[in-house]
Design a protein around this ligand. Structure first.
Ligand code: NAD
Length: 485
């Protein structure tokens, strides 16, 4: 499949025709939302082999890994959305304070209009189609742009979107110039996934039109390992989370902070785990991904100079291979600790205590670098609670890695430098919906208390009515008295 850049002159008309399609009201009914998602799912399933071939061509994604992180994930997301969508679309009746009776109040989710989804290259299927699923579920038109850095799969994704043959769901293909032109258009919501430098460009462009943004970014996600953890299990789960997709995962454990007494044991267990996953020579493993392009390969190669290589450290520029690598003796000031690694290199740093690890993470958070994910490994629940309570992050997983993003009942999003807003499941539907406040007054009664003339009697009644405690609020206050903090 050929990668064809969208001519700049075609971008504004594409967005304009999506706006016309939205304006006709065709995207609002449940029937359109369902049918579009079902067709998208059908195309994903029918084109599975083509999609897996393209992912392998771009950066050697192993087929099964590509299936479960990309196609399986997205199909599951669509299935979850289809199962719940009629319920999510229902207006939610909320209480009306006694003083504002007679009347009823509702929150009505409304489509926002024409939305824009800009995706990166690392999970190109999931990160384009899952936000699109949410936008379509919420009844919007969508303009989608895959990343130019994974051109084979980008071409497949554009072809898949074009096969929907729907003017309300369109794609733009290209890189910086095309995205710049796209961002000059007016959208009603933009969801961008990628790095925080470009996120600032996206947000600046969005500000011109006062367009709300959801920014799904990255950063350094720590794993904290206690002396009370099951070390072999921690090593297995950290190695899996780190080396899936060769570490090119936004929520991969970026580095490990381990309590000194179990440092050597963890490092040895990580080495054993790498051999179990990928064999004695991971370069020959069919289950290990390559680095996406030469600039990223050379960036990562330089990071291998930090600390000492405990496992791995093998590179091959021709095939953009970097072996699963564990570094020890790394200093917090080393280059590998200065930026998000986004590759198969895992620094393991010893700390004197869990509190020292929390302080380490917090020092970075205070500088704005709040992690996208935080991983805590301990068999002592109070210790895990201390880590989660002591340091913030977009999401967290206890005694595991990555799994928290697979549950559609949990929001997926960052905080601070790791992003703003969230999606997945109902959270995605809400992100792409406007929560409209609707209050319907009864026409049978028309209390005149707020109408002029403001007589002394009216003033007395209104003052008392508006400040008296609503019976429901009183009940809630009472309940909270018995709730443990
Ligand atoms: P990328 O280079 O593919 O860029 C992402 C998108 O931004 C692409 O569509 C690209 O065309 C566009 N873009 C690039 N430069 C631009 C510019 N100057 N103006 C306008 N648009 C531009 O991907 P990336 O940024 O290298 O992705 C990796 C980063 O994304 C990492 O930091 C990673 O942690 C993060 N990430 C976050 C998530 C998440 O869900 N939170 C998921 C994956 C990746």
């Amino acid at each position: 499949m050929d990668y064809t850049v969208t001519p700049l002159s075609e971008i504004a008309p594409k967005v304009a025709s999506a706006r016309v399609a939205f304006a006709t009201g065709g995207t609002r009914p449940l029937a359109w939302r369902k049918a579009t998602l079902e067709r998208m799912r059908g195309l994903l399933e029918a084109r599975e082999e083509r999609l897996l071939d393209a992912l392998a061509a771009d950066f050697g994604k192993p087929r099964f890994e590509a299936w479960f992180t990309e196609i399986g994930f997205t199909v599951g997301d669509i299935n979850h959305t289809l199962a719940h969508l009629p319920g999510w679309m229902q207006p939610e009746k909320v209480a009306t304070p006694v003083s504002f009776k007679p009347g009823v109040s509702y929150i009505v989710p409304e489509p926002v209009g024409v939305t824009c989804v800009i995706a990166p290259w690392n999970y190109p299927v999931q990160l384009l189609l899952a936000p699109m699923t949410a936008a379509i579920a919420a009844g919007n038109a969508v303009v989608a742009k895959p990343s130019e850095l994974a051109p084979h799969i980008a071409a497949e994704l554009v072809s898949l979107i074009e096969a929907l043959n729907d003017p309300a769901v369109v794609a733009v293909q290209g890189g910086v110039a095309e995205t710049t032109e796209l961002l000059a258009q007016r959208f009603d919501h933009i969801l961008y996934t990628g790095n925080s430098r470009v996120a600032r460009i996206v947000m600046r462009a969005a500000a011109e039109h006062l367009t709300p943004v959801t920014l799904e970014l990255g950063g350094k996600s720590p794993a904290i390992v206690s002396r009370n953890a099951n070390i072999d299990l921690a090593a297995r789960r950290i190695a899996w989370g780190k080396f899936v997709n060769a570490g090119q995962t936004c929520i991969a454990p970026d580095y490990v902070l381990v309590e000194q007494p179990v440092h050597d044991q963890l490092v040895a267990a990580l080495g054993k785990q790498i051999s179990e996953f990928y064999g004695a020579d991971p370069q020959t493993s069919p289950d290990f991904t390559r680095i996406v392009n030469a600039p990223h390969f050379h960036r990562l190669e330089k990071l291998l100079d930090s600390g000492t290589v405990a496992h791995g450290g093998v590179t091959d520029a021709d095939t953009r291979y970097i072996s699963p690598t564990v570094l020890t003796g790394v200093q917090p000031t080393d280059p590998v600790m200065g930026e998000e690694i986004f590759g198969p290199i895992l620094p393991v740093l010893a700390v004197g205590s869990i509190d020292e690890a929390i302080a380490f993470v917090n020092e970075r958070s205070a500088a704005g670098d709040k992690p996208l994910a935080l991983y805590s490994f301990s068999d002592d629940d109070t210790e895990n609670d201390r880590v989660l309570g002591g340091a913030t992050s977009g999401g967290a997983c206890v005694n595991g890695t990555l799994f928290h993003i697979s549950n559609p009942n949990l929001p997926f999003g960052g905080t601070g430098e790791s992003g703003m807003g969230a999606y997945h499941g109902k959270f995605g539907f809400d992100t792409f919906s406007h929560q409209r406040a609707v209050h319907t007054r009864s026409t049978r009664l028309d209390p005149s208390m707020l109408y002029p003339p403001y007589t002394a009697k009216k003033q007395k009644l209104v003052r008392r009515g508006m400040t008296m405690t609503d019976p429901r609020d009183a009940l809630s206050t009472l309940r909270n008295k018995f709730r443990r903090s």
